[in-house]
Design a protein around this ligand. Structure first.
Ligand code: ASP
Length: 438
């Protein structure tokens, strides 16, 4: 069985919806379908954004009738263009009433997926199953994975022959309130359902041909990644590559189910396969899999002679960050030095306090702060046990005249992370790409 999730662009208007339906119908294994709300089209914003706007309007004390009429129009146009015999008037009225009466932001945001799944089920002749009946959250709004897994597998396994469409992005807490994942969360729903029905493959249909080796806004036409492992994907998406919701790999990874990123608008393209490490077949001779990075980090360098002999030094440093509710991204260490690398936005209004407390608790010889730092991760299983990878990477940065301010290599040898000045960010990614790919 295959689970197919279609993103907002694949549902944005009648012609994309017909394309998506043809994809489902072309393979009898595609019996479980998850949809996002219609995405942007002709300068109009995403349905989810319109719905959040409805909620905000009501919060300011007005009725959301006018904003909500845009949502109605989008769906009515889709239904008309598809020639569907379906009338959502009553559902619209109920949703409008609920939002006007103060329904939650999660409720409002989720209604695009809800309506879209009803429409797409009609197009396919599949059954509609509401996500709120099968995806469960705890009262604190964290996802209840085990209960959901058992429940979904019981309910959906019996519907293998019928075909099912489930709205992505949301579920329900025990008190009946709608609860959403974070934005882009329909990817997570798809993964949960793939795990529960023990799918052979989780197909994630989007509007690109898969993961590129680096950001196409930085390097023109970068090579596509044909296959990568869950671990490589974690590294790349954590560092900024955004094709898939970062949490969507966890459910399928538990069941070793591969994910195939596919393009609805170029279905013959093989896309990107994301596989467990054991099924990794390499990158056609390429040493690295991808390069990703993020700007705007701050590094706090702490220096103290004989630091290595001082029991609890790192714990004390980290307790300061914990005290100020600041999470840390990297922690490269030397014999007498410890560096704390933090996303700058997490230190806003807190940096001076953090420094004063580090000074008081650690009594270091020297503390220095480096701001406007970019972190760039070069990722790939192929790098491990291969001589000369680091030399090639650092050589490329040297040739491009880039000063490396920090180096951090994960113990798995899956990545090498370098810190450079924000102003060198794009140049550094291009230099690394050219060194390994061209
Ligand atoms: N519609 C939601 C969003 O725009 C969820 C999703 O598309 O996955 O974030």
């Amino acid at each position: 069985m295959k689970v197919c999730k279609f993103g907002g662009t694949s549902m944005s208007d009648a012609s994309s919806i017909i394309r998506s339906a043809n994809i489902v119908k072309s393979d009898p294994m595609r019996k479980f379908v998850i949809v996002s709300a219609p995405g942007k089209v002709n300068g109009e914003e995403k349905i989810t954004d319109m719905l959040i706007n409805c909620y905000e309007t009501v919060k300011k004390g007005a009725s959301c009738k006018t904003v909500f009429s845009k949502v109605e129009n989008r769906f009515n146009n889709i239904i008309k263009d598809l020639g569907l015999d379906i009338d959502l008037t009553e559902k619209f009225a109920k949703i409008l009433l609920n939002i006007d009466n103060g329904a939650s932001k999660d409720y409002a945001a989720s209604r695009g997926e809800y309506l879209m799944a009803i429409v797409f089920a009609k197009v396919l002749g599949y059954e509609f199953v509401d996500a709120q009946d099968i995806i469960k959250f705890f009262p604190d709004k964290t996802f209840d994975s085990e209960y959901t897994n058992d429940y979904v597998s019981k309910v959906l396994n019996e519907m293998k022959n019928t075909g099912v469409v489930v709205p992505g992005f949301y579920g329900r807490t025990p008190d009946g309130a709608i609860c959403t994942f974070s934005r882009g969360g329909s990817d997570v729903t798809g993964s949960i359902i793939a795990r529960a029905i023990k799918a052979d493959l989780y197909e994630n249909w989007t509007d690109v041909n898969g993961f590129m080796m680096c950001d196409p806004r930085i390097v023109q036409n970068p090579a596509k990644i044909n296959v990568l492992t869950y671990k490589e994907l974690r590294e790349l998406s954590y560092m900024g590559a955004t094709v898939l919701h970062p949490e969507s790999i966890f459910p399928v990874r538990r069941a070793d189910i591969p994910i195939n990123i596919k393009n609805t608008f170029e279905p013959e393209n093989s896309g990107t396969m994301i596989v467990p490490s054991k099924d990794y077949v390499g990158q056609n001779g390429r040493i690295i899999t991808g390069i990703a990075g993020k700007k705007d980090f701050t590094a706090i360098f702490i220096e103290k002679s004989m630091m290595n002999g001082e029991l609890g030094f790192a714990r004390k440093a980290l307790s300061v960050l914990e005290h100020y509710d600041v999470s840390i991204e990297h922690m490269p260490t030397g014999i007498d030095t410890l560096s704390l690398v933090i996303e700058s936005c997490n230190l806003e209004g807190k940096l001076d306090h953090v420094l004063a407390r580090l000074q008081a608790i650690l009594n270091p010889d020297h503390i220095e702060v480096l701001e406007h730092l970019s972190m760039i991760a070069t990722v790939g299983h192929g790098m491990s046990k291969r001589k000369g990878t680091a030399a090639k990477l650092f050589g490329a940065l040297y040739q491009a005249g880039i000063n490396i301010k920090m180096i951090d290599q994960g113990s798995s040898e899956l990545n090498i992370i370098v810190g450079v000045d924000n102003s060198d960010f794009e140049k550094a990614i291009e230099a690394i790409y050219n060194a390994f790919v061209k």
